[in-house]
Design a protein around this ligand. Structure first.
Ligand code: FCB
Length: 446
């Protein structure tokens, strides 16, 4: 048995997002879900599903599967969820605020919904759990989507106005903010290039425009948040704000901040390439757009990096020559699992010279057969990266609960905690108890 001790003050927790757990949201996703659910359920009939998936509620052949609906009903049950997180020895929790609740109509801010999130934060703090808040996790208010969402040149202005309202209300309680979740590594591609998510466009120029506007929105909100906390962003003013298109950025000192840190969460995959000149060039360009674009373009306007790591990506030619096919596969998502990849990706992020939180890492495993091993294998490589000088400050498993997994609906079950979507009962899975032991001891033993 080997013992891997994590640094003192390392944070342990889990993550969720508003639309995936709250229930009863009214945004561009909920609209899209109700329009598409029937078609999706029909299409699902063409596929052969394993029995354990068909016996779940909802199952892929039912329309309900593709409608977030009540989700986990966490809007009403968050105290129960946080009791579980506390019991599992977690001391940090990442969740998101739903913009469409806070600003349901353009310029009309809902104080009651704001109070709800203030209560959520209090509930975490009462349990000794530090809140890490994501301000945007894939969903948009309907009015904003109707204006073109992040295609709109004024989108940074709308987004910053919402962020300012939220941050002013929570600044004394919260010190860790994430502006965008996977905005350029997942969202813009799925929604504007591949046509998979609302608004299902397939236009490379739009994809570029959305990326650019999101970078602008991030930088504006970064500065606005700093100002609210009375931090002068003056020490950063001299840097270029336009997106940089360089493959390399010059690492600079991180922004000084005493009680607030503002970061970006991006999904970075490990993208091995072959060794020929041509394969390496493609690999470098792909890796830049897949993993590094936002972090390079927004540099140095973030205090930490949130890394969401899940899988190996085979899009670069020659990848099998450097990393053979893995036996470990996450069936529900079609992802090839490669724990060492987290070490490669962390190493790649080192050049930005910012602290890193693992803001998501997890597996869909409804029978809980491999989750414990998944967590341990990844943590082993996180530990290795720390020994190699990468400043990793915490690990947040995705997700605390089974939840609404976007276009897949309720099929993939990522939770440390199983949710019965008929009666909303929560059941802690055995792997969660193993993870709880690691959290408590700040040590991994395998
Ligand atoms: C990430 C998302 C998160 C969840 C996991 C499985 O890409 O940020 O909401 O869907 O994948």
């Amino acid at each position: 048995m080997t013992i891997y001790k994590f640094p003192d003050n390392f944070k342990w927790g889990s993550a969720t997002s508003a639309h995936q757990i709250e229930g009863d949201n009214n945004n561009d996703w909920s609209e899209w879900e109700s329009k598409n659910a029937n078609l999706k359920a029909q299409k699902a009939k063409e596929k052969k599903w394993p029995d354990h998936i068909l016996s779940n509620y909802p199952n892929p052949l039912q329309e309900e599967n593709y409608i977030s609906g009540k989700a986990c009903d966490s809007y009403n049950r968050y105290e129960e969820d946080f009791d579980i997180a506390e019991k599992l020895n977690q001391n940090i929790h990442r969740f998101s605020i739903e913009w469409s609740r806070i600003e349901p109509e353009e310029g009309r801010f809902n104080e009651k919904e704001m109070q709800h999130y203030i209560n959520v934060v209090k509930a975490l703090k009462n349990r000794g759990i530090e809140p890490m808040i994501t301000l945007w996790h894939f969903t948009n208010p309907v009015w904003f989507a109707q204006k073109g969402g992040f295609l709109n040149i004024d989108s940074p202005k709308y987004f910053t106005r919402y962020v300012k309202f939220v941050v002013k209300n929570l600044k004394d309680q919260v010190g860790l903010w994430i502006t965008f979740n996977e905005a350029t590594t997942v969202y813009s591609g799925h929604s504007y290039l591949k046509g998979l998510w609302p608004p299902q466009h397939t236009n490379i120029l739009e994809w570029r425009r959305v990326n650019k506007n999101i970078v602008r929105a991030h930088i504006q909100t970064y500065k606005a948040i700093k100002e609210i906390y009375n931090h002068s962003p003056a020490n950063l003013e001299s840097f270029e704000v336009e997106p940089q298109r360089f493959l390399e950025v010059q690492p600079r000192d991180r922004a000084t901040s005493h009680n607030v840190e503002v970061g970006i969460a991006e999904s970075n995959s490990f993208n091995p390439s072959g060794n020929s000149f041509y394969e390496r060039i493609i690999g470098r360009v792909y890796n830049y757009y897949r993993n590094l674009f936002f972090l390079s373009a927004a540099f140095p306007y973030y205090d930490f990096i949130g890394l969401n790591y899940y899988n190996l990506d085979r899009k670069v030619p020659g990848s099998y020559k450097s990393v053979p096919k893995q036996d470990w596969y996450m069936e529900d998502m079609g992802w090839e699992i490669y724990p060492k990849g987290i070490w490669h990706v962390l190493g790649q992020l080192k050049k930005f010279k910012k602290p890193i939180y693992i803001t998501e890492n997890g597996t869909a495993d409804s029978k809980d057969l491999v989750r414990e091993q998944y967590i341990k294998e990844h943590l082993k490589w996180v530990w290795r990266a720390i020994q190699d000088g990468v400043e990793v400050q915490g690990y947040l498993y995705w997700s605390l609960l089974d939840n609404f997994e976007w276009a897949y609906g309720f099929i993939p079950r990522f939770g440390l905690v199983e949710v019965d979507f008929k009666i909303f009962e929560r059941r802690i899975r055995p792997s969660a108890l193993e993870y709880a032991r690691i959290c408590k001891e700040n040590t991994l033993q395998i």
